[in-house]
Ligand binder design. Structure first.
Ligand code: UD1
Ligand code: CA
Length: 457
């Protein structure tokens, strides 16, 4: 049976104190709703119906460029009359033959495995995800009969003293066929303490109609925690990070401090990777075996080869760094940088859209932009590729084995021949020949008889 996921996201989120809709607030760099949408996609949902209310335009605008945007149906719930009403609004978008799974835009950590188990367990009936909480305050309580069968859910505000003592609660996540929903949703009433159409009332209907109700639980209660304020958002963020780090530990990565690592994306790793404190890994990052990363580094959308050493305070983005390279400390590797095997970029060096050939070294205080550097080149301290004339960007090419003296300006477009040596302090605007020394330097003079000025009376 095909799955149609319905995501409830119409809540106002008043307690966030924000102009932004609650579900666009981020966990690990991605809106909460996107986490839920991605989980829905991982279940191979045929369709995702998102029920929105407040700030709908902002939410829709965010998802306009989503890769799977065509499977998302947007359903407006103008007035928030309850969770049952919200799902009812979505039903016209749902194929009558589909299995419906109800998720929440503000419950971002729910895992695919948990939902798979629920879906598999509850075929033909109703599947309810429940959780045991030592403090169940605020949640709907699961009512069971003497045989342990679920007979209904009572909301906190409608519960008796005795029912309030029940510690098994409703997570809100449930699944059943579209045909059962179509049968029961129109029968929902709102005569309860909140005057709302409760989705939870469907459980008693299922029991009365003799439809089996299955329950399952998440591995960790944090999976079903919702976010209502920024404190909860921060707590959920830490829970996400702990989990992400845990998974890397299992794959052979060591962290000096598991509480000072942030993962915002998909990280592929080899073995024996060592990561010092304060690391941010973002987007798609691949770390080869034996990589060693010093403190305070940020790596985004980059591939780092085996045995690369990244020293403290380095920032790497959209770069390819081959095996045995060395980066930093304090290096800024900008988009389009490719370092070939064994290359070295040292402190206070910025690179952009450049290839740094095998074994080449750019060790100190240098800007390399729009450049192609061959093998075994040595770029001296303070070298600048002058790639921008205020209008256009131009390229610098440096041949294999060239040696660029310190404090040189290479005014692009310009080409330095293989084996060429550039004298320190030169400003090179014309191509230089192979294997020769080229320099632009005014002659050093010493003024005889010169004296330092003295203070005027
Ligand atoms: C709901 C459940 C409760 C469960 C709890 C888990 C009902 C009646 N109660 O209670 O049993 O323990 O969740 O957190 O379902 N929403 C809409 N439209 C509406 C109302 C709500 O989209 O008209 C969305 C909200 O944005 C929110 C979610 O549904 O994401 C839950 O709504 P909320 O009002 O917070 O329900 P609870 O009272 O917490
Ligand atoms: Ca709630």
């Amino acid at each position: 049976m095909a799955i149609n996921v319905v995501i409830l996201a119409a809540g106002k989120g008043t307690r966030m104190k924000s102009a932004k809709p609650k579900v666009l607030h981020k966990i690990a760099g991605l809106p909460m709703l996107e986490h839920v949408v991605r989980t829905a996609e991982s279940l191979e949902a045929r369709k995702i119906s998102i029920v929105f209310g407040h700030g709908g335009d902002q939410v829709k605008a965010y998802f306009k460029d989503h890769t799977n945007a065509e499977i998302i149906d947007w359903v407006e719930q103008k007035e928030q009359l309850g969770t049952g009403h919200a799902v009812h609004q979505a039903m016209p978008t749902v194929d009558v033959h589909d299995q419906v799974l109800i998720l929440y835009g503000d419950v971002p950590l729910i895992k695919q495995e948990t939902l798979m188990e629920l879906l598999e367990k509850s075929l033909g009936g109703v599947g309810l995800l429940t959780v045991e909480l030592s403090n169940p305050a605020g949640y709907g309580r699961i009512l069971r009969d003497d045989e342990g069968a679920v007979v209904g859910i009572v909301e906190q505000k409608d519960a008796s003293e005795k029912q309030l003592k029940i510690t098994e609660v409703n997570t809100g996540i449930l699944t059943m066929s579209a045909s059962l929903l179509n049968q029961w949703l129109p029968k929902l009433g709102n005569s309860n303490s909140q005057g709302e159409y409760y989705l939870t009332d469907l459980i008693a209907m299922a029991f009365e109609d003799g439809v089996e109700i299955f329950t399952s639980q998440p591995k960790d209660a944090v999976e079903v925690e919702g976010v209502n304020d920024r404190r909860q958002l921060a707590i959920i963020e830490r829970a996400y990070q702990r989990d992400a780090v845990e998974s890397l530990l299992k794959q052979g990565v060591s962290f000096t401090d598991i509480d000072r690592a942030d993962i915002r994306g998909k990280i592929e790793v080899g073995e024996d990777i060592e990561i010092d404190f304060n690391i941010l890994l973002e987007g798609n990052v691949s770390l080869g075996s034996g990589v060693n990363i010093g403190p305070n580094c940020c790596i985004k959308n980059s591939t780092i080869g085996d045995n690369v050493i990244i020293k403290a305070n380095s920032i790497i983005e959209d770069a390819l760094i081959a095996a045995n390279c060395e980066v930093g400390p304090f290096a800024r590797i900008r988009p389009g940088t490719e370092m070939a095997k064994g290359a070295k970029v040292g402190n206070f060096v910025e690179t952009k859209k450049s290839i740094i050939g095998e074994g080449s070294k750019v060790s100190h205080l240098t800007y390399i932009g729009d450049a192609i550097i061959g093998k075994n080149v040595n770029v001296g301290a303070g070298t600048i590729t002058c790639n921008y004339d205020g209008v256009n960007k131009s390229q610098t090419t440096i041949g294999d084995g060239a040696f660029i003296g310190s404090n040189s300006s290479l005014v692009a477009p310009v080409s330095i021949g293989p084996g060429a040596t550039i004298g320190a302090g030169s400003t090179i605007g014309k191509n230089t020949p192979d294997n020769k020394l080229t320099l632009t330097r005014s002659k050093q003079v010493t003024i005889e008889g010169w004296q330092r000025p003295t203070k005027k009376k």
